[in-house]
Design a protein around this ligand. Sequence first.
Ligand code: SF4
Ligand code: SF4
Length: 84
Amino acid sequence: MTRGTIIIDQERCKGCGLCPIMCPQGVIALNEKILNSHGYHPAALVDPEGACTGCAVCALICPDVCITVYREAKVGNKNDQRTA
Ligand code: SF4
Ligand code: SF4
């Protein structure tokens, strides 16, 4: 399975909760322990098993374009690259 990871811009996140609901791997959660400067609990990647596939569903669903997805490149495949 392709592996991926994401970077969430926590300052821009408004804690709407869409990405935790939509992630098929269940590896995003709102971080209830912190507030960003706008007063929201931002989303965070919680993926100790490395289950993120880089599917980019989270990035596509985020209304504030807070998520950047990275997908593991396969040797010799020029089409694997940053997707969102
Ligand atoms: S890229 Fe896919 S698997 Fe990874 S965190 Fe986003 S929705 Fe979940
Ligand atoms: S969908 Fe975007 S704004 Fe909503 S919780 Fe996820 S990162 Fe934050």
